[in-house]
Write a protein that binds this ligand. Structure first.
Ligand code: IPM
Ligand code: MG
Length: 401
């Protein structure tokens, strides 16, 4: 009996290894990043998601159509709504992303995605894989870039979270070997590590950043984290002008709350699970996960999203129209930057700072005592139309420091 369990587990493991080797081959084939300036038209797919998702996605779409009105008219940009990435439809097909939805997504160049509900054991839904995780894998979005900025505290961090492997790649493929034993797997590849570490260093070089820090638990998770760290140390040598150091994830969570140390961190590169955890902690300094945007970058596709969840309770309580769209708007800023509309991205970023942090003519509170998300996006558009936007932002930001 025990022997049967072991045999079954071995076969399962063998299949996982085959899948991983096939994935490595796919990664190796994809060498170059897409050049958006060479595309006749950039298709931006907008995926509403669940809960408050469709509400904040609608407002984000308004902002995109406003900022890109000329390009849309000229046929250079298309905004395309993609239906069906709802928990009801995913449950119906018993798939993290139903095939026909994935097909539509793959016809776009970049995706703006609202939050999607991730089921877990005991939920009324089948325990399917997270749509985020599945999309990152299906589109090979290997770099999860999450900036966190608190000017008054001199905090200006950019996290490069490895987004496709580590604990996540086989996260839904563990083995219940027997009633007594459950095993999960984590996988680190040379290709997968090199590309995320290089992305972090290239970003640092282009943006004149001084320091890259790798965060692992290589003292205990010796094989996979050890490999990640070793590769980071090697690649660091190619960037002698950038300081490199490494920390363990446990002490790193402490250092982020150490006021005497934290502002010296700059660019951080880390495996998937540590990146997941540390970026939530980091976003809290900036006002919580509701304020942070997240970019998921691959060579061919890129997806931009809010870092918070779908807040089903807000919908149940009839408060979805009061949900704060800022995090998704920050994702729009990153999307615009990514497809080379840097000035429009900057304008939206300034408008978000003015409306959400400085001027605050109206405030979104999540409840009926605050503004609705469509009132907030109207306020943003009014601010964007103001010819003194730049000056206003300068004045406010100087007054902050
Ligand atoms: C995130 C989220 C996701 C993750 C969840 C929703 C699966 O926490 O984007 O950080 O763990 O990556
Ligand atoms: Mg997370």
């Amino acid at each position: 009996m025990l022997l049967n369990d072991i045999e079954r587990a071995k076969q399962h493991f063998a299949r996982l290894l085959e899948e991983e080797f096939a994935r490595i081959e796919r990664m190796k084939k994809d060498k170059d990043f897409v050049d958006y300036s060479k595309l006749d038209k950039i298709i931006i797919g907008i995926v509403g998601g669940d809960g408050i998702g469709p509400f904040i996605a609608k407002e984000s779409e308004k902002i995109l159509s406003f900022l890109l009105q000329d390009e849309i008219k000229a046929g250079k940009v298309e905004l395309r709504n993609i239906e069906g990435l709802t928990i009801e439809n995913r449950a119906k097909h018993n798939q993290a992303i139903p095939d026909d939805v994935l097909e539509e997504i793959k016809k776009c160049d970049v995706i703006l995605k609202g939050p999607t509900t991730t089921p877990r054991k005991g939920d009324p839904w089948p325990n399917i894989e997270s749509a985020n995780v599945a999309m990152r894998r299906a589109l090979d979005l290997f770099a999860n870039v999450r900036p966190v900025k608190v000017p008054s505290e001199n905090i200006d961090w950019v996290f490069f979270r490895e987004n496709t492997e580590g604990a996540y790649i086989l996260g839904s493929k563990g083995i219940e070997v027997s009633d007594e034993l459950a095993i999960d797997f984590t996988a680190t590849t040379t290709e997968g590590t090199e590309r995320i570490v290089r992305a972090a260093f290239e970003f640092a070089r282009k943006n004149n950043r001084k320091r890259v820090t790798a965060v692992t638990k290589a003292n205990v998770i010796k094989t996979t984290d050890g490999k990640f760290l070793r590769i980071a140390q090697e690649i660091a040598k190619e960037y002698p002008e950038i300081e490199f150091d490494d920390w363990y994830i446990d002490i790193m969570t402490a250092k982020l709350i150490d006021e005497s140390r934290r502002s010296s961190f700059d660019v951080m590169v880390l495996p998937n699970l540590y990146g997941d955890i540390l970026t939530d902690e980091a976003a809290q300094f900036q006002g919580g996960v509701g304020t942070a945007g997240s970019a998921n970058i691959g060579k061919k596709y890129a997806m931009f999203e809010a870092i918070h969840g779908s807040a089903p309770r807000m919908v149940e309580e009839g408060r979805a129209q009061y949900a704060d769209p800022s995090s998704m708007m920050r994702a729009v800023v990153m999307l615009l930057q990514h497809i080379n509309f840097g000035e429009k991205a900057k304008a939206l970023e300034m408008a978000l700072d003015i409306c959400g942090q400085y001027e605050k003519k109206i405030v979104v509170t999540g409840r009926s005592n605050g503004a609705t998300n469509s009132e907030f996006s109207a306020y943003l558009m009014e601010t964007l139309s103001d010819s003194s936007l730049n000056q206003k932002w300068q004045n406010y930001s100087q007054a902050q420091n």
